[in-house]
Design a protein around this ligand. Structure first.
Ligand SMILES: [Zn+2]
Length: 363
């Protein structure tokens, strides 16, 4: 039986032994050996590893790690999870990992329908045996939180969430400072060395000045419709309670300009009007949208329990409430939706189940 192995997950598993809080390559050898004992010496094992593991293992193991890479025994990628799930799907491989992949279940829907393909491990006498890794279906909200948590980690904000609880402005002379003198409408960037918020304008990046506490907020996500789900996200931004903003393609003081998000997206957003969509949140963070007279129109797709329904075009000015999984489509090319995350400056973040008790997310 052929399989793809989540190498970082294996190397970090203290259950395999020997006892150590550091990741160990020897654990990988124990797992591959046990798999071939159990499923045949000819079983093909594809070993996918996060690039970060090289820096997490002890110095003595690094030469061994590099040798395995040179020999093509390890496949090193920036983020292993989506790669190993894609490989598993394309080549019909089993998956050796204790990870529950909650943040990727929307992207890889077969995870929940084929839990028997996921193998964890347990010590058994002197050896290892393979057991179900315990994948069970979770709600959409749990998936969203896991996705957002992963996104924060990728952006370096996971340990600096306090940055997200304030509104910031840039006092340099950059484009964003001029468009939003009262506070940035996008999330700030983060200086990974100091943990300080910096201007998200790619040509600026200077330290920001705090304006005030952010009111309870929801996060919105803008996505391209012409790309796969994992590459589609264009930007995320907060919307405060009792707040409103516009999305379009112009320098909008009270809005977000999709023209400013990079030349590689300019064709995709070309049909969005200069003033296209107004998004409003009431005091309870119920979000509604309306088309403000766009040329190519706006449609809403309601979530119908298992999939998005057909797009329903909106009349100009017609307000519609946006449900947590609904999608607003601008000019048939760009979608806006609520992300799973809510922010509140004074709510203690609850623990997220299923991924270890220490992990917390904002809501
Ligand atoms: Zn700036």
């Amino acid at each position: 039986m052929n399989a793809v192995v989540d190498v970082s997950n294996v190397c970090w598993s203290p259950e395999i032994g020997p006892r150590s809080k550091r990741p160990l390559l020897s654990r990988l050898d124990q797992v591959t050996e046990a798999w071939r004992d159990r499923y045949g010496a000819g079983a093909e094992l594809v070993l996918v590893v996060d690039r970060a593991l090289r820096h997490q293992i002890s110095g003595e193991q690094r030469a061994d790690f590099d040798r395995r890479c040179r020999q093509g025994l390890l496949r090193v990628v920036p983020f292993a999870d989506p790669v190993l799930l894609s490989l598993a799907r394309e080549r019909d491989l089993q998956i050796v990992s204790q990870d529950r992949f909650v943040d990727l279940r929307r992207q890889f829907r077969w995870i929940e329908t084929q839990p028997e393909r996921f193998h964890g491990w347990r010590r058994d006498g002197n050896g290892l045996c393979f057991v179900s890794s315990g994948i069970v279906p979770v709600s959409g909200q749990v998936k969203s939180r896991a996705e957002e948590d992963k996104d924060l980690a990728v952006r370096g904000l996971k340990d600096h969430k306090d940055v997200l609880r304030s509104v910031w402005r840039c006092v340099a002379r950059c484009f964003m400072a001029q468009v939003w003198p009262e506070g940035l409408l996008l999330w700030p960037g983060l200086d990974r060395r100091t943990g300080e918020p910096v201007c998200p304008d790619p040509r600026c990046g200077r330290p920001l000045v705090r304006v005030r506490d952010r009111r309870p907020s929801r996060e919105l996500l803008v996505e391209r419709l012409d790309l796969d789900e994992d590459r589609a996200a264009l930007l995320r931004f907060p919307l405060e309670a009792d707040g409103c903003l516009e999305i379009g393609r112009g320098a909008l003081t009270h809005g977000i300009n999709l023209d400013g998000i990079g030349r590689e997206h300019s064709d995709a957003v070309a049909r969005v009007s200069r003033r296209h969509l107004l998004i409003e949140a009431d005091a309870a963070l119920t979000v509604s949208v309306r088309d403000v007279g766009s040329s190519h129109g706006t449609a809403v797709r309601r979530w119908e329990g298992h999939a998005l329904g057909r797009p329903r075009p909106l009349e100009p000015g017609e307000p519609v409430r946006l449900g947590s999984s609904d999608q607003v489509v601008l000019a048939d090319s760009v979608a806006v939706r609520l992300s799973g995350r809510r922010y509140s400056p004074d709510v203690v973040p609850p623990a997220l189940g299923g991924g270890g008790g220490a992990r917390t997310v904002l809501r």
